[in-house]
Design a protein around this ligand. Sequence first.
Ligand code: GLU
Length: 283
Amino acid sequence: MRTRFAPSPTGPLHLGHAYSAMLASDLAASAGGTFLLRIEDIDQSRSRQRWEAQIYDDLHWLGLEWPEPLMRQSERISDYRAALEVLWQRGLLYPCACRRRDILEAASAPQEGGEPVHGPDGVVYPGTCRAVPRTGALPVDALRLDMRRALQGIDAIEFTEIGAGPDGESGRISLSPEALVTGVGDIVVARRDMGTSYHLSVVVDDAAQSITHVVRGRDLFDATAIHVVLQRLLELPTPIYHHHKLIRDTAGKRLAKRDDARAIATYRSEGQTPDDIRAMVGL
Ligand code: GLU
């Protein structure tokens, strides 16, 4: 068993991160497996060295260990471009020049039915740029996956869930290509400013790290179908997924990185122990 914790160094780790990391580490330990750490820093405009250093410090304090050298996504852009090249050569990608506002307007146009559909990646793309010819070299541009074309000849998108989705989804999860075309649509696989995207990078890296069990928050359950599509297209294995509960604050709100009051560093400075943290998250 190989599990991983994949934080973005864009703020302090909070209780929810600690839970996710400890659960992934505990699972691997209970099976005699390996827990890995991956720094997801493709968004260089928001990633900070000081947050990365704080992540190592907090995780070590919690008692977690991982093999070095660890994987840092900012060092792997050429691997992501290679994966995009495969999809591009198969004619499954197209450049997109739409801004957020253009997409909202087009998706709300009367001929589109009025109400934009929201998928795991925001508003389902109305397809404005889809006709752009797909020839030549992989462009340095925002690139979308033509979902309908991508799913041609695929009966179902399936994965095994050993935790649970937001509506209790568990066991063998199966989605029809049509559900993905209408409910998810043509997702961005490369952002212009990064040359990649969260979805593309996470899929390439889970395979590169031979992750067998992806342990992460339930908020990412809906993204999993996208990841399985990309795994199928890139001929990569689909790991088992374990989506876990979200740690909420006392008002029932999901914790975000900006909730500094719940930062692990704050609990540490107040004299709490790693066992206190375990107890707080129910481990
Ligand atoms: N980097 C993502 C985050 O911090 C997690 C990605 C994942 O676990 O798939 O939310």
